[in-house]
Ligand binder design. Structure first.
Ligand code: NAD
Ligand code: MG
Length: 387
């Protein structure tokens, strides 16, 4: 039996993972499930999957979790330290699907027992890519990408040498504002930004897709995970999201990964790797689709893409700063304190303010430096909102 844990089990990726697990439950021994405020969901899944332990991120919700699981022998715990402790419990396969930089610490801890970490939490790679990869190498752990574009690249690279890769192109749906003018974008509301045309995801990544911050994060994620140079990585707008990524080799060939926009493909690939098993995803009818449509990305209307290039050039702590400023600006947009286009303005300003501290050589960065840059960037972003 494969021992598995799911961090962020109550979210969109977590629930898709549980959907796959429940279809073949006898093959899995569930160690830990973690969630946030949705205690009912967490308790139900822990019960259904007979987890050893259920952890909520919020300490004040522990009594509620305990009550919901009182008639079982499932352990209950809460808070950041409990999340890390749960990650230290041996498991063969661990899904990292907490949203935001909060996913870094448990993922990092999980690598220490040489597990396979299925990484949906792109923030881990954006904020601390080199540290995470070094930790995995040190303990003989493996990181498998779950972000659909990165899973697609990973699959296109099977049997290939990374040294023969000329370029990687990750696709972007373009989000709900693909055809909006700069003027219209200024007035974009929370409800409009929270409706994605092709993917069904958590609220934060959905808004990041509308602003293209998600694609910006994914460009950085591609650089970190595959060890490519910034100038080898491109994005192309492809509404419909059928092609997830293309890998271009030095002989000019492009290998594309094509499939329905359903995260259960990338999750299932990581779950069964290196095998392929049948997955409950739609099979595409190409004649019905008729055509694939592409457009050049627009870095003027979506400055997050331009900022990602700067972050990739600077390296060091730029990713941690970029992500934290983006998370804080997103909190402010969700709270209704700033406008949609202010998010990129704030992130750019914080990167500029902290520019002299960012270009540290990756070999010299410790996890504590990442957390410091993260908290400084959040503080500065909030200060901009108050000025
Ligand atoms: P979500 O908002 O639906 O779920 C997030 C999960 O994290 C929930 O279980 C929530 O309780 C938990 N959580 C939130 N804040 C937390 C905190 N501070 N500490 C501990 N746990 C916390 O998010 P999602 O859409 O499932 O995305 C999860 C991750 O996967 C993100 O990094 C996202 O970028 C990435 N991802 C998601 C998709 C998708 O289709 N949803 C696709 C690719 C990558
Ligand atoms: Mg993606």
């Amino acid at each position: 039996m494969k021992r598995i844990s799911i961090f962020g089990a109550t979210g969109s990726i977590g629930q898709s993972t549980i959907d796959l697990i429940k279809r073949d439950q006898s093959a899995y021994d569930v160690v830990a499930l973690t969630g946030g405020g949705n205690i009912a969901q967490l308790a139900q899944d822990a019960r259904d999957l007979s987890a050893d332990i259920a952890v909520t991120a919020y300490e004040d919700r522990l009594p509620e979790l305990r009550k919901a699981l009182a008639d079982t022998d499932i352990e209950c715990a809460a808070g950041q330290a409990a999340l890390v402790e749960a990650a230290a419990r041996p498991a063969d396969w661990i899904m990292s699907a907490i949203v935001g930089a909060a996913g870094l610490a448990p993922g990092f801890e999980a690598l220490k027992h040489g597990t396979t970490l299925a990484l949906a939490n792109k923030e881990s790679l954006v904020t601390a890519g080199p540290l995470l990869l070094a930790e995995a190498a040190k303990h003989g752990a493996r990181i498998l990408p779950v972000d659909s574009e990165h899973s697609a690249v990973f699959q296109a690279l099977v049997g290939e040498e990374i040294s023969e890769v000329e370029r990687v192109i990750i696709t972007a749906s373009g989000g709900p504002f693909r055809t909006w003018t700069s003027e219209q974008l200024k007035g974009a509301t929370l409800a409009q930004a929270s409706a994605h045309p092709s993917w069904d995801m958590g609220q934060r990544i959905t808004i990041d897709s509308a602003s293209m911050f998600n694609k910006a994060m994914e460009l950085i994620e591609t650089k970190e995970f595959f060890g490519l140079n910034a100038d080898q990585i491109e994005t192309i707008v492809h509404p419909g999201s059928y092609i997830h990524a293309l890998v271009g080799f030095r002989d000019g060939a492009l290998m594309a990964h094509v499939g329905a926009p359903d995260m259960r493909h990338a999750i299932g690939y990581a779950l069964h790797w290196p095998q392929r098993r049948a997955l409950p995803v739609e099979r595409l009818d190409l004649a019905k689709l008729g055509a694939f449509h592409f457009e050049a990305p627009d870095e003027v209307r979506f400055p997050a893409l331009r900022l990602a290039r700067e972050v990739m050039e600077i390296g060091g702590l730029a990713g941690a700063t970029f992500n934290a400023a983006k998370e804080a600006a997103l909190d402010m947009f969700i709270a209704g304190d700033i406008g949609f286009t202010d998010m990129a303005v704030y992130v750019e300003q914080v990167l500029a303010q902290m520019s002299s501290d960012l270009g540290v050589l990756s070999d010299h960065i410790r996890l504590s430096d990442v957390y410091e840059a993260d908290s400084e960037a959040r503080k500065r972003t909030m200060a901009l909102g108050q000025s």
